[in-house]
Design a protein around this ligand. Structure first.
Ligand code: 13P
Length: 256
């Protein structure tokens, strides 16, 4: 049985102070949901504060539990890479997850399948669980190549990743045309792709890994559509952008 996994990708939003206020607010309103894993991925500048305030809030509210992830990292250990953050640095403050290959990084910052693959390898080496983002543009979907494009990304991004490592991978299917547009994929279309992803993972790593793989859908997830998305058999969670920086919306999504 796969544990549902809802993660918030804050993107370039919320200052350090705002992060602390957000977490305090969510902790006060938090209801016990034992059967779901939750993560937030604030900007680098707020990661340590997020971890510290969560620890404090967990003492006050026993049912409160949220993991913290980063939105990106470089794959080298250290050195002359101005502006980059290494996996070891993330690990040293207690980061559990890292988003790798988000379409915004691929489209705006020149991320390639090769760099994504290197980052996935580096994350596993440091025992940080990667959330690998894949998905097609509107043009690719309209040309009828959405499935082949997305599965190709997966094949390239996971090259050289062992079966054991793949056991702690999360894949987020995020169609680019649905990100930040208010237009989510229909639950049926999203599920069809998530099923194709699961079949691809089965082909590479076998039945057990594919059946245990957590696959998230991302793209305009909101309180009004989360329930029907989560009802689909191959969708195990969501990677939430805009709605994850609004306390009440994020809580409503967690409590779908
Ligand atoms: P939105 O939820 O704002 O569409 O963003 C989705 C996303 O990119 C999450 O990684």
């Amino acid at each position: 049985m796969r544990t549902p996994f809802i993660a918030g990708n804050w993107k370039m939003n919320l200052s350090d102070n705002e992060t602390v206020e957000f977490i305090k607010d969510i902790s006060h309103k938090f209801e016990n949901r034992n059967n779901i894993e939750i993560a937030i991925c604030p900007p680098f500048t707020s990661l340590k504060s997020a971890l510290d305030i969560i620890e404090e809030e967990m003492i006050k509210n026993e049912s409160f539990k949220i993991m913290v992830g980063a939105q990106n990292m470089y794959f080298k250990e250290s050195g002359a890479y101005t502006g980059e953050v290494s996996p070891g640095m993330l690990k040293s403050i207690g980061i559990k997850y890292v988003i790798i290959g988000h379409s915004e990084r691929r489209e705006l910052f020149g991320e390639t399948d090769e760099s994504v693959n290197n980052k996935i390898k580096a994350a596993f080496k440091h025992k940080i669980k990667p959330i690998l983002c894949v998905g097609e543009s509107l043009k690719i979907r309209e040309e009828g190549n959405a499935v082949s494009h997305t599965l190709n990304q997966i094949k390239k991004d996971l090259q050289g990743i062992s079966k054991e490592e793949a056991g702690s991978l999360t894949i987020a299917y995020e169609p680019i045309w649905a990100i930040g547009t208010g237009k989510n994929a229909t639950p049926q279309d999203a599920n069809e792709m998530c099923k194709a992803i699961r079949d691809q993972i089965k082909e590479i790593y076998g039945k057990e890994i594919s059946e245990n793989l957590t696959i998230q859908y991302g793209g305009s997830v909101k309180p009004s559509n989360i329930k029907e998305l989560m009802a689909m058999p191959d969708i195990d969670g969501a990677l939430v952008g805009g709605a994850s920086i609004k306390v009440d919306d994020f809580l409503a999504i967690i409590n779908y």
